[in-house]
Design a protein around this ligand. Structure first.
Ligand code: HPA
Length: 237
C-alpha cells in the first residue's frame, strides 16, 4: 500500500536508497547508472526508481529541499517500505578553509538550527550521526577512486537566504565544514527507526570566498560522488 507521498507498491523499493534533493537528478542517476530502471513514484514529481547496479538492486529517489521534505520521504522509506539504508547525495556550501569547490564531504555528524528534534521529547539536545560502517565504507570507496574525502561535522540549516550570514562563522569556529539543509533530519529519522543513513555532499559554493558552481554543474558534475555512493550502497546489501 502506498502513502500520501509515495505510490510504490511493497517490494518495489530496494533495501538501499540513494537520495538526491532534486528529483531530476534521481531520474538522471537512474537513466545513467542503473540497469533496467523502473519508476516507482511520480507523486508530486518526486521521482523514484529501482534498478540494478553491478547486479544488485538499488533505488534512487528525490528527497526535496529542507528537513521537513527529506523528513517525510525518509520516514516513509524506513517505516513503510522496509528500507535499511538511505544515502543522501547532495550539495553544500563550504565554511572551511580546508574544504573547496567539488570536494566531497562525508557528514560524520550534523548540527542544526532546526527544531526537528523537538518531536522526540528529549531532556537535552540530540547529536545526529552517520552510520559508522557506511561512513567507513564510503571513505574506502572514495580512496579507491583516488579521492580523499573530508569527514566531519556539517550544519543542516532551515535557512538558505540567511538574514544574518555572520552565524556561519560561529559554526565554522566550532569546526563545522559546510552548510546544507537536510542531513540532521535524515540522521534523526534513521536513529529513531534504528536504520542506517549517510550524507555525502559535494561542495557547490564557498560561503566565505564567494565561489559557486553553475546550475548545470550542480546537476551533472557529481559523477564521482555517485560512483562512491552506488558502490557504498551495494556493499551494504
Ligand atoms: N546553504 C544551504 N544549502 C546549500 C548551500 C548553502 O549555501 N549550498 C548548497 N546547498
Amino acid at each position: 500500500m502506498g502513502t500520501a507521498h509515495n505510490e510504490a507498491k511493497p517490494g518495489q523499493i530496494a533495501k538501499a536508497v540513494l537520495m538526491p534533493g532534486d528529483p531530476l537528478r534521481a531520474k538522471y542517476i537512474a537513466e545513467t547508472y542503473l540497469e533496467k530502471p523502473f519508476q516507482f513514484n511520480t507523486v508530486r514529481n518526486m521521482f523514484g526508481y529501482t534498478g540494478f547496479y553491478k547486479g544488485k538492486q538499488v533505488s534512487v529517489m528525490g528527497g526535496g529541499m529542507g528537513m521537513p521534505s527529506i523528513g517525510i520521504y525518509s520516514y516513509e522509506l524506513y517505516h513503510n517500505y522496509s528500507v535499511d539504508l538511505i544515502i543522501r547525495i547532495g550539495s553544500a556550501g563550504s565554511i572551511s578553509e580546508n574544504v573547496n569547490l567539488m570536494d566531497i564531504v562525508l557528514a560524520q555528524g550534523a548540527c542544526t538550527d532546526s527544531n526537528y528534534a523537538y518531536q522526540f521529547g528529549l531532556p537535552g539536545s540530540f547529536a545526529p550521526i552517520a552510520d559508522f560502517q557506511t561512513l567507513e565504507q564510503a571513505a574506502a570507496e572514495a580512496r579507491a577512486i583516488g579521492i580523499e574525502p573530508c569527514v566531519g561535522n556539517v550544519v543542516s540549516s532551515d535557512v538558505f537566504y540567511n538574514e544574518y550570514p555572520d552565524v556561519n562563522q560561529k559554526w565554522a569556529d566550532m569546526g563545522a565544514l559546510c552548510i546544507e539543509m537536510e542531513t540532521a533530519a535524515l540522521y534523526m529519522n534513521a536513529a529513531k527507526a534504528k536504520k542506517k543513513a549517510l550524507a555525502m555532499l559535494t561542495i557547490s559554493d564557498h560561503l566565505f570566498k564567494d565561489e559557486h558552481l553553475s546550475a548545470d554543474d550542480r546537476r551533472t558534475s557529481f559523477s564521482q560522488m555517485m560512483e562512491i555512493a552506488l558502490n557504498t550502497a551495494i556493499s551494504s546489501i
